[in-house]
Write a protein that binds this ligand. Structure first.
Ligand SMILES: *[C@@H]1O[C@H](CO)[C@@H](O)[C@H](O)[C@H]1NC(C)=O
Ligand SMILES: *[C@@H]1O[C@H](CO)[C@@H](O)[C@H](O)[C@H]1NC(C)=O
Ligand SMILES: *[C@@H]1O[C@H](CO)[C@@H](O)[C@H](O)[C@H]1NC(C)=O
Ligand SMILES: *[C@@H]1O[C@H](CO)[C@@H](O)[C@H](O)[C@H]1NC(C)=O
Ligand SMILES: *[C@@H]1O[C@H](CO)[C@@H](O)[C@H](O)[C@H]1NC(C)=O
Ligand SMILES: [Zn+2]
Ligand SMILES: [Zn+2]
Length: 578
């Protein structure tokens, strides 16, 4: 939202307005968003907006009940429309429009609304993103705590309430209704504030969006001076308008991509109203579970990329792989740190170990960038069937471990829409043969620290039997301990996707050739104890992709054994409903 022009309008008058727009910009001037903090201190602080709303991490807040809107249906309150140098803004009649309820503390007086947009149909411009998805536009309805001046409101941590509405462009939207009337003014407001003699209300513009479904968090103005004074409401459902009306905003104003990139949450919580549908991470499932969206239907989920042509996992046909000399050694930073794991959580589909931020890194290995490691998790089958995601020469392995890293120079939301934004290291896991070497021999060959690490890790599982529950890891366990001495120099490489919805095509995949070896008894424990079976996605077509391979080296080390104590897993058998 835009404060400077709002301040000037209310305090200094219109004469200085033109100068106000010139000191910062969205792009093409020295004070673009990455430099705002050099000139406006608040822009670099920790409670900034906009943000990416990760629906899997929002927390339901029973206090977020219905809003009360006063005069949102009045056809006489939209007073004027102007181009303020950054956006198009509609001013409202003073003291006529109010909003309260919705978990807001008291009544707020609504003063203006304005828009953020992109450039073309393929370059959307909403400010907030939902699970990394950016809608074409966003409308901000700005209100000040009743009784406060603009200056006082910007100094109050809840002084301003902004209602954010996503705007979606559709092929078949109405070309004659309220949005047609609003956009008809756009060519006329190049420099001037134009009176709106319109007969449209705010509710006419909002249309049939369900106003009980919304997200709430504490943030800031999204333009300098980025005051941390905003109680944000972001409605879940978009306003659907015709995409030609969306295009009128950049075309008629000449402004493009007028939105600020998303800012980090820095530990803030995002809340959801009770009416908001439960996170998408719960509405999909794997083949054998009861739910609406099984893997063959994942492509129908909102914002799903699951129907794309670079999906994962795949079946790697070794004779079709292409040797690539550039696939060199990896550099693993802090994989040996015994305090890198922050917590273990039950995602409802897997067990995930979340790492401390900005600590563990992966580079080299032909990746071309430094990646920060975020988490690792597992895929498994049942006591009768295997459950790795990738296959090699049509063979499915019993289990697979995924170590997920994000390009260090990108935010998570940016990484999710960048073709190499994420790097996942996939380790196949197979059973040590029952015949052949005896287990005592293997235990002697390999230090027992591996086993101890897995024992420690699994000892946390009983504490996470509820979905989304998590437990902090206080024992010393490193990733190196868990991987043991499996060969990390030989691997396959291909361009793929996340293997869970939204299946974003942002992953550079590494699948290591040597499988981590585990005790057979342990392998069967995962499905038995987790109460979940076959948590893997079926392999996807390669389409036109190639799978690359490191040069085959001689003298690869022999298999290693990760022998988990069945007893420890037994402890988590009860009530771990994944
Ligand atoms: C709604 O607007 C009318 C005039 O347009 C005004 O008289 C009335 O006080 C407004 N209601 C509120 C709650 O502000
Ligand atoms: C609500 O607002 C009032 C007045 O601004 C303030 O004194 C009070 O602490 C606020 N309550 C909460 C729960 O934030
Ligand atoms: C947004 O518009 C597209 C294109 O018409 C449509 O497929 C999609 O369902 C819309 N999204 C929502 C959430 O309405
Ligand atoms: C825009 O300006 C043109 C030319 O001055 C005028 O004919 C038209 O009615 C104006 N449109 C609106 C919505 O005011
Ligand atoms: C992945 O895609 C990029 C371009 O999109 C290409 O340069 C690169 O070679 C591909 N890598 C692999 C392993 O296919
Ligand atoms: Zn805004
Ligand atoms: Zn995975």
């Amino acid at each position: 939202m835009h404060l400077p022009s709002l301040l000037l309008f209310l305090s200094l008058g219109p004469l200085i307005k033109c100068a106000a727009g010139s000191d910062w910009c969205y792009h093409g001037c020295p004070q673009s968003p990455e430099h705002w903090a050099d000139h406006y201190v608040s822009c670099g602080e920790k409670r900034q907006s906009p943000i990416d709303i990760a629906t899997g991490n929002v927390q339901m807040d029973p206090q977020l009940l219905s809003f009360t809107f006063a005069n949102f249906s009045s056809r006489h309150v939209i007073k004027s429309i102007e181009n303020n140098g950054h956006t198009v803004k509609c001013k409202l009649e003073a003291d006529d429009v109010e909003v309260s309820g919705g978990g807001l503390n008291g009544t707020y007086s609504t003063i203006q609304f304005h828009f953020h947009w992109g450039s073309t149909e393929h370059h959307p411009g909403a400010e907030h993103t939902i699970d990394g998805h950016r809608y074409p536009m966003e409308m901000h309805i700005v209100s000040l705590k009743k009784g406060l001046s603009v200056q006082d409101a910007t100094q109050d941590s809840e002084g301003i309430a902004v209602l954010g509405f996503f705007i979606n462009g559709t092929d078949d939207g109405d070309m004659s209704g309220p949005w047609s009337e609003l956009t008809s003014y756009l060519p006329n407001i190049t420099d001037t504030e134009v009176d709106m003699k319109s007969s449209i209300s705010i509710h006419d513009l909002i249309g049939n969006v369900d106003l009980t479904k919304f997200y709430r968090y504490m943030g800031s103005l999204t333009t300098p001076q980025c005051n941390e004074a905003v109680v944000w409401t972001v409605f879940q459902q978009p306003i659907n308008i015709n995409k030609n009306q969306v295009q009128r905003f950049p075309m008629a104003t000449g402004f493009t991509n007028v939105y600020r990139p998303t800012r980090p949450l820095n530990g803030r919580r995002v809340f959801a109203s009770p009416a908001t549908p439960s996170p998408s991470s719960h509405s999909w499932c794997y083949e054998e579970e009861p739910c609406e969206y099984k893997p063959s239907h994942w492509l129908q989920l909102p914002h799903s990329k699951c129907g794309g042509e670079r999906q994962s996992p795949v079946d790697i046909e070794t004779r079709d792989t292409v040797t690539d000399e550039r696939l060199g050694a990896f550099a693993f930073t802090k994989f040996d740190d015994k305090h890198a794991i922050k917590h273990v959580t039950n995602t409802g589909h897997s067990v995930k170990c979340v790492l401390k931020e900005d600590m563990v890194e992966v580079s080299g290995g032909g990746l071309g960038y430094v990646y920060s490691t975020l988490q690792f998790h597992f895929h498994w089958g049942s006591d009768k069937s295997d459950g790795s995601e990738h296959k090699v020469d049509s063979k499915r392995y019993p289990m697979e471990m995924h170590i997920v890293s994000k390009r260090k120079d990108l935010s998570l939301a940016e990484a999710l829409r960048t073709p190499n934004g994420l790097a996942v290291l996939g380790f196949l896991i197979e059973a040590k043969k029952a015949d052949g070497r005896s287990s005592s021999e293997n235990v002697e060959t390999h230090p027992t620290s591996d086993m101890e690490a897995w024992n420690k890790l699994t000892s946390y599982f009983p504490a996470i039997h509820n979905i989304n529950s998590k437990v902090n890891v206080t024992d010393g366990i490193s990733i190196d301990d868990l991987l043991g001495d499996v060969n990390r120099a030989e691997y396959f490489r291909y361009n793929g996707s996340l293997t869970t919805p939204s299946c974003d095509e942002a992953v550079v995949w590494t699948v290591f050739k040597e499988a981590v070896k585990m005790d057979q008894a342990l392998m069967t424990m995962f499905p038995t104890l987790a109460g979940h079976h076959n948590v893997y996605r079926p392999t996807q077509s390669l389409h036109k992709r190639k799978v690359y391979s490191t040069k085959s080296a001689s003298g690869a080390p022999g298999p290693i054994v990760l022998l988990l104590l069945p007893a420890c897993l037994w402890a988590f058998s009860h009530n771990l409903h994944l």
